[in-house]
Design a protein around this ligand. Structure first.
Ligand SMILES: Nc1ncnc2c1ncn2[C@@H]1O[C@H](COP(=O)(O)OP(=O)(O)OP(=O)(O)O)[C@@H](O)[C@H]1O
Ligand SMILES: [Mg+2]
Length: 303
């Protein structure tokens, strides 16, 4: 048994001489929205396919609901809803009919199709052929399909791909509401941190098949302490002066960076000016989450 709803141990996928997933230890807690983040080609879809038993890991294990997937595939997957990459449909059938096709396999309760159509707000469009749907509507239908049969775990691979800002917003609100309304755990992948930031309780950042970070967003933010950026003349002497004053000083291009919070800016400024340095700029240099994400993935690239 494991205390996680999804846990992978040393998960590896190798295609011939290429290894898109390297030793992944994912840990998703029950009832959370877990953001699975990584740039294009990072290995997100490959990992998700292994979580859904669509492809076999080369090595390592997947545990879902505390049980090994390899030995309990059917029992586990009955309780998992998913949408991987772009969903595919029968264009000549209506939205309702498409869900009926999937539903037949699941043996649904009456009213279930209307229920999921309502959740993704497609009720009005349910009798229209899917080939007349917009991209956003197709995406929503894919989510409706994933929600059929009230799964305990929902896995969505880039559900906002190709959507306009309004569509992204809508899907985001939907994802946030699911754990509360339906007692569901959600794993959602994306290559855009700002999209995940608003929905996820915790994130896993994957790059070149490796997990670079796993934890809360707050923890990720704390990885980048605030610094003060100072432009002063003469630069090197000002840097030496600050060093003598006990600050940790770094020089990047034409600025100095010291480990100090914005609250100290006035004090630092005064000290510099009083000692004959000319200060032309002083500001807080707080990294946005996006910067942290980029930095993490850039660093990994250069290893
Ligand atoms: N069947 C396969 N055979 C060989 N290589 C593959 C196969 N499937 C995926 N890959 C490679 O594995 C790497 C990871 O792909 P994957 O689709 O998992 O990335 P991703 O993180 O989902 O990217 P994206 O954000 O573009 O969807 C890519 O370089 C891809 O070309
Ligand atoms: Mg993908």
């Amino acid at each position: 048994m494991t205390k996680f709803l999804i846990e992978t141990k040393g998960l590896i996928k190798q295609f011939k001489d290429f290894v898109p997933v390297r030793n992944l230890d994912l840990q998703v807690k029950k009832g959370e929205v877990y953001g699975f983040l990584g740039p294009n080609g990072a290995g997100k879809t490959t990992t998700i396919r292994m979580l859904l038993g669509l492809i076999k890991p080369t090595a390592g294990e997947v545990y879902i609901f505390g049980k090994p997937l390899a030995q309990n595939r059917i029992e586990i997957l009955k309780k998992v809803g998913s949408m991987v990459e772009s969903p595919s449909y029968y264009g000549h059938l209506t939205g309702f009919e498409n869900l009926e096709v999937t539903g037949k396999l699941l043996g649904l309760e009456p009213g279930e199709i209307d229920r999921v159509l309502e959740i993704v707000r497609l009720t009005e469009w349910k009798d229209k052929q899917v080939r007349k749907y917009s991209l956003g509507m197709k995406q929503r239908l894919g989510i409706a399909q994933a929600l059929l049969g009230r799964p305990e775990l929902l896995i969505l691979d880039e559900p906002t791909n190709g959507l306009d800002p309004a569509g992204i917003h809508e899907i985001r609100d939907l994802i946030i509401s699911l754990p509360r309304q339906m007692n569901m755990t959600v794993l959602v992948s994306s290559h855009i941190l700002s999209e995940i930031e608003l929905v996820a309780d915790r994130v896993g950042i994957i790059h070149m098949g490796k997990l670079l970070f796993q934890g809360g967003l707050q923890e990720l933010r704390e990885r980048s302490k605030a610094r003060l950026r100072i432009d002063a003349q003469p630069l090197l002497e000002a840097g030496n002066y600050l060093l003598h004053e006990g600050y940790h000083v770094e020089k990047e291009e034409t600025s100095l960076y010291i480990d100090a919070a914005a609250a100290n800016a006035a004090k630092v400024n005064r000290k510099l000016v009083e000692n004959g340095y000319e200060v032309s700029h002083i500001s807080e240099d707080k990294k946005s989450l996006e910067d942290i994400f980029l930095r993490l993935t850039e660093e990994a690239k250069s290893l």
